[in-house]
Design a protein around this ligand. Structure first.
Ligand SMILES: Cc1ncc(C[n+]2csc(CCOP(=O)(O)OP(=O)(O)O)c2C)c(N)n1
Ligand SMILES: [Mg+2]
Length: 321
C-alpha cells in the first residue's frame, strides 16, 4: 500500500481547505455577478482531486471536467490565475476566454477540462497512447462523473485502452447525481466500478471521502499503468454539497442526504486523523482555515484588477498559426 509522509499529508489538508475556500468564494462572486456564465462547484469532493493528483508524477497528465476547479488547483494552478479565468480576465490561465469550465494548464500536464460530458476520456487515452508509442514512462489520469459512464465515449475509451494496454487511470467521481437526476434513475447499477468487467480491467470501489485511501488506490493504479499492465477504473464514492451548477438549490435531494454526507466530510476526516496522530493541533487547523480565507479573498481581489481581453484577441484562439 502506498503511504505518504506526515508532511505531505498535512500539505493535502492545507490544499483541501484552500480548495474549499476557493469554491466558497467562487459562489459568492457568482451570486454577486462578478463571475458570469456558470460554475460547477466541488465542495465535498476535494479528497478525490487532491489525493489522486498527489499520486501523479510531474510528467504525468490529467483531463478533467467543467467541475474541475479542484483538479486545476491541486495540480498547482495559482488561485489568482484561476479566479481571473473565471472572471473572464486577461490574467486567467486561458487569457479569460475559457472560463470556469475550462481551467487548463499544459505546463502542469492539465491538458483538458471539458464541458462535453465524456469528452476527456478519449483525450486521456490518446495522450496515454502517445506516451506508450514514444516509450515514455508517463501516465494519464482522467476524471469524470457518474453520468459520463452512460456516454458512448466512456465505453469506447475503456475498450480501446484495455486492448492497447494504454497507461491510463479512469477515475469516476460518483457524486450520485447527473445534473438533477439521481444515479438510480439513469443507471441500473449501484457500483459503477463493475463497468470495468466487460473491458477486462480492474474496477475498484473507493471511499472518495478518505484521502489516504484515495492516494493509495490511485497510486497502485498508476504503478500498474506505468508498469505496462494497462488501465484501471476507479469509482470514487463522493458527494457534491452544492447544486449542479449556477444557483441550483438542489431541492431534488432527499431530506437528510446532504447531512449524512457532510458527517463524512473529507477535510474533517483527514483533520481529525492528523490531530489524533499529533501532526496538527485544533488551533493549527483553525489557523489553516483562516489563512485559506485570506488567500482566497486576496487572490479574487487581485484577479478583479486584471483587464478584460480585447475583442480582437478572440481570433488568436480560433485559428492555428
Ligand atoms: C455530451 C453531453 N451531454 C449532455 C450535457 C449536459 N450536461 C452537463 S453536466 C451533465 C451531468 C453530468 O453528470 P456527471 O457526469 O455525473 O457529472 P457531475 O456534474 O455530477 O460532476 C449533463 C447531462 C453535456 N454537457 N454534454
Ligand atoms: Mg455526477
Amino acid at each position: 500500500m502506498n503511504e505518504a509522509s506526515s508532511e505531505r499529508r498535512v500539505g493535502w489538508y492545507r490544499q483541501m481547505v484552500a480548495i474549499r475556500a476557493f469554491e466558497e468564494k467562487v459562489q459568492e462572486l457568482f451570486m454577486t455577478s462578478q463571475i458570469e456564465g456558470t460554475t460547477h462547484l466541488c465542495q465535498g469532493q476535494e479528497a478525490v482531486s487532491v489525493g489522486s493528483i498527489a499520486a501523479m508524477e510531474p510528467d504525468d497528465v490529467l483531463t478533467s471536467t467543467y467541475r474541475g476547479h479542484g483538479q486545476a488547483l491541486a495540480r498547482g494552478m495559482e488561485q489568482g490565475v484561476a479566479f481571473a479565468e473565471l472572471m473572464g480576465r486577461s490574467a486567467g490561465g486561458s487569457g479569460g476566454v475559457g472560463g470556469s469550465m475550462h481551467l487548463v494548464d499544459f505546463s502542469m500536464g492539465n491538458i483538458g477540462a471539458n464541458a462535453i460530458v465524456g469528452a476527456g476520456l478519449p483525450i486521456a487515452v490518446g495522450a496515454a497512447m502517445a506516451f506508450k508509442i514514444k516509450e515514455e514512462p508517463r501516465v494519464a489520469l482522467t476524471f469524470f462523473g457518474d453520468g459520463a459512464t452512460n456516454i458512448g465515449t466512456f465505453h469506447e475509451a475503456l475498450n480501446m485502452a484495455s486492448v492497447w494496454k494504454a497507461p491510463v487511470v479512469f477515475i469516476i467521481e460518483n457524486n450520485l447525481y447527473g445534473e438533477y437526476t439521481p444515479l438510480r434513475e439513469s443507471t441500473p447499477l449501484d457500483d459503477l466500478a463493475r463497468r470495468a468487467d466487460p473491458f477486462g480491467m480492474p474496477g475498484l470501489v473507493v471511499d472518495g471521502q478518505d484521502i489516504d485511501v484515495v492516494y493509495a488506490t490511485v497510486g497502485e493504479a498508476i504503478d500498474r499503468a506505468r508498469g505496462g499492465d494497462g488501465p484501471s477504473l476507479l469509482e470514487m464514492k463522493t458527494y457534491r454539497y452544492k447544486g449542479h451548477s449556477r444557483s441550483d438549490p438542489a431541492t431534488y435531494r432527499p431530506e437528510g442526504e446532504l447531512e449524512e454526507w457532510m458527517a463524512r466530510d473529507p477535510i474533517e476526516i483527514l483533520g481529525v486523523r492528523l490531530e489524533t496522530e499529533a501532526l496538527l493541533s485544533a488551533a493549527e487547523r483553525t489557523g489553516i482555515a483562516e489563512a485559506a480565507q485570506v488567500e482566497a479573498d486576496a487572490a479574487a481581489e487581485a484577479a478583479a484588477e486584471s483587464p478584460y481581453p480585447e475583442l480582437k484577441e478572440i481570433v488568436n484562439y480560433v485559428y492555428a498559426d
